[in-house]
Ligand binder design. Structure first.
Ligand code: HEM
Length: 176
């Protein structure tokens, strides 16, 4: 079946995940990693870990929906877009995996959901370094992803954004 828009469920998951990822990247960088590891940090960590887990499920749901639902036809230059999209999904899954391993290794799960205490310094743990570096890589990939979308919207003017938007806006046309 040919479709010109992503399914509503895909569009919804894309934008909910986007909001959650921005929240995690911004609060992780500017709040969490700047806070001392005292009891006051536990509430922030709880939110971070829960939202991070939800993002992991949303990324898996997106991968599954991309494979199981009809997709709009590819646009010119889609190979580059696909490389960025696949790298972004991998980067997000690495963030969730490294965050989870870090939380297990450092006793953070016990501190946040039980009675344990936070570690002296997260940087003593290798998954923390992986988590920090991957968060920067993901930021760069998001910048490329957004630049691609803006190029299509304002320079190529092919209405690409409408494919990922709800409503009755103009759907994509392919210039060959
Ligand atoms: C896509 C999901 C996630 C994103 C985008 C994300 C993002 C971030 C960012 C940006 C930082 C700060 C890194 C830095 O500035 O060097 C951070 C720290 C952290 N994240 Fe995540 N994270 C995610 C998932 C998770 C998960 C699932 C867990 C645990 C279950 C987790 C646990 C942590 C911990 C323990 C820290 C360290 C805080 C500190 O150094 O004080 N993250 N995360």
């Amino acid at each position: 079946m040919t479709t010109f828009r992503y399914a509503t469920s895909q569009i919804l998951v894309h934008w909910v995940a986007t909001l959650a990822i921005f929240f995690l990247l911004i609060t992780g960088t500017f709040i969490l990693s700047e806070m001392p590891n005292t009891v006051e940090k536990i509430g922030n960590l709880r939110i971070h870990m829960l939202v991070g887990g939800v993002v992991g499920l949303l990324v898996l749901a997106r991968i599954w929906m991309r494979k199981s639902k009809a997709a709009p036809p590819p646009m010119p230059g889609y190979q580059l877009a696909r490389v960025v999209q696949v790298s972004l999904n991998i980067g997000l899954l690495v963030l969730v995996a490294s965050g989870t391993v870090l939380a297990i290794q450092s006793g953070t799960f016990d501190a946040v959901f039980g009675t344990g205490t936070l570690p002296a310094d997260y940087m003593d743990y290798l998954p923390r370094k992986v988590h920090g570096i991957t968060s920067k890589v993901v930021m760069a990939l998001i910048a490329l992803h957004v630049a691609g979308a803006l190029y299509h919207q304002f320079i190529a003017k092919d209405g690409l954004l409408a494919r990922m938007s709800v409503g009755r806006g103009r759907i994509s046309t392919i210039k060959r």
